[in-house]
Design a protein. Structure first.
Ligand SMILES: Nc1nc2c(ncn2[C@@H]2O[C@H](COP(=O)(O)OP(=O)(O)OP(=O)(O)O)[C@@H](O)[C@H]2O)c(=O)[nH]1
Ligand SMILES: [Mg+2]
Lengths: 232, 247
């Protein structure tokens, strides 16, 4: 099997899947932004951009690669284990599975498919969200590159939206950050697809394992806060 | 060929859906679009949402309903706080229900999103409760205090109660908004405070009627013994309709 990387069909389905209003639970999560704001690392548009770049090249790349591999047909259960191995923080694992379960609900309503049903049956409490996203992409007739784009974009759009709420940041500034990141999103998505191709030909160890220790540590602390605006 | 959704949408449309038309069954007396059966085929619990402005008495109403009905019904509660677990903790502290029957959903600072636009976390909470302590007869979903436009999705609840209070000003019913004008039951709470804040209950009742037509309004004072009675009467009616539709 080969992975197509040319402009795919079903472009509009990608818009539906990647829409921030897609009802899969993302609105309650800040992608680490709330913890970063509290720690004083995220306080304006410039620091938001730095935060997003860091997240994109670590958690974002890993998520995009998992999603691309799932969309390319790599066994989602193996990818789910690979996602666990790449997520040291138990809090982030729990978050990823919770969001995966929510994504699964929306996905089955939008693009019913036996592959989604099988994954839901095998992981009733939720598989890692990027894996579900990848399987969803293929159910929607999308390819690995689309899945990678959606995962990468989500890795930065979540924190940007959260920063607007947390810092009362000018929404135009926050969206301009995302626009400036667009070439990097394309690069990361391509990188993710390249590694997905390797994983398809060898095994899931070929997928990137780029980690952001500060995101993991902060997520553990954040999960223990008694009062917070976002679930993660 | 016209392909219809496999679930029926009772009362969503004025004409019967193909499924009900074929089976000859009456539509359920609710407006929910959520599937009404559990995976095993039995009828799931009736889900009632409670919304309304901050501090109007939603949690107090939930607590009073639970106290009144918990001996005869299997009840669970889902809370949607804005940024704390206050509501869940209040219910726990007051031993309104055993801890395993209360779940707090985190809403990312937007309870109206979690109860209307993206209901996935709430649906999961409800389903998990059914799975761990079920079968349930009644699930109460409280929204964190929000604004006058917050309403529940029909995909999440079968009926909704909008709770306002007299201390918020007797102009609230006149202002209307989706909560006041469309909720299945409007509760005007804290009537005991009316003389203290100069609220005219007659004006509130009249304005509510203008906004709501024949939809019911209950005036309550939860500081008085059995102050919840009008709400209990309404809940019992909904439950009776729900179980009758199952038969
Ligand atoms: N006097 C009076 N006080 C009431 C009544 N009902 C509730 N309260 C009080 O009003 C306050 C707020 O009640 P809650 O039930 O917490 O209100 P809520 O709508 O759940 O509030 P949020 O969830 O924070 O939006 C509490 O101090 C209650 O004791 C009532 O009928 N009369
Ligand atoms: Mg409350």
């Amino acid at each position: 099997m080969t992975i197509t990387t040319t402009a795919p069909a079903n472009r509009a389905a990608l818009l539906v899947l990647a829409d921030g209003r897609f009802p899969a639970g993302g609105h309650a999560h800040s992608g680490g932004a709330e913890a970063a704001v509290a720690a004083g690392r995220l306080y304006d548009a410039t620091s938001l951009e730095a935060f997003c770049r860091g997240r994109l090249d670590t958690a974002g790349l890993v998520a995009a690669a998992l999603a691309a591999a799932a969309a390319a047909g790599v066994d989602p259960l193996l990818l789910d284990e690979a996602a666990d191995a790449r997520t040291p923080s138990p809090a982030l694992r729990a978050t990823a599975r919770k969001l995966g379960r929510q994504m699964m609900r929306a996905a089955r309503a939008c693009w019913p498919s036996p592959v989604l049903d099988a994954l839901a049956a095998a992981r009733p409490r939720g598989a890692h969200q990027p894996v579900v996203l990848g399987v969803t992409a293929s159910a929607a007739g999308l390819g690995p590159l689309d899945a990678a784009h959606a995962a990468a974009y989500e890795a930065v759009s979540g924190p940007a939206t959260a920063a607007v709420r947390l810092l009362s940041l000018d929404p135009f500034d926050a969206t301009a950050v995302l626009a400036r990141l667009a070439p990097d999103l394309d690069r990361v998505a391509q990188q993710a697809v390249d590694s997905a191709r390797l994983a398809l030909d060898s095994d899931v160890d070929a997928l990137p394992a780029a980690s952001a220790p500060l995101l993991e540590i902060a997520a553990e602390r954040h999960a223990a806060w008694p009062v917070r605006l976002f679930a993660s | 060929m016209h392909l219809d959704h496999p679930e029926t949408y009772p009362q969503r449309y004025s004409h019967p859906s193909p499924a009900t038309a074929l089976s000859g069954k009456h539509p359920a007396p609710t407006s929910s679009s959520a599937p009404t059966v559990r995976p095993d085929g039995t009828r799931r619990a009736l889900r009632i949402g409670l919304g309304g402005p901050v501090g109007s008495g939603k949690t107090a109403t939930v607590a009073a309903i639970c106290r009144q009905l918990r001996d005869e019904l299997s009840i669970a509660v889902v809370t949607n706080d804005i940024y704390t677990r206050e509501d869940a903790e209040f219910l726990l502290r007051n031993a309104v229900l055993p801890a395993e029957r209360i779940t707090a959903v985190e809403t990312g600072a937007c309870p109206h999103t979690a109860i209307r636009d993206d209901i996935s976390a709430n649906l999961e909470a409800v389903e998990d409760l059914e799975e761990t302590v079920g079968p349930l007869d009644l699930v109460l979903v409280e929204s964190g205090g929000d604004n006058l436009t917050a309403t529940f999705s029909k995909g999440l609840v079968d009926a909704q109660i909008f709770v306002i209070d007299v201390a918020g000003g007797d102009k609230i019913p006149r202002k209307g908004g989706p909560g006041v004008s469309t909720a299945d039951l409007l509760v005007v709470n804290k009537t005991d405070l009316a003389p203290l804040v100069g609220a005219d209950l007659g004006v509130m009742a009249r304005d509510a009627r203008t906004q709501r037509g024949e939809l019911p309004v209950a005036f309550t004072s939860l500081t008085e013994p059995d102050g919840i009675a009008p709400v209990i009467g309404w809940v019992r009616e909904r439950l009776a309709g729900w179980t009758a539709a199952a038969a």
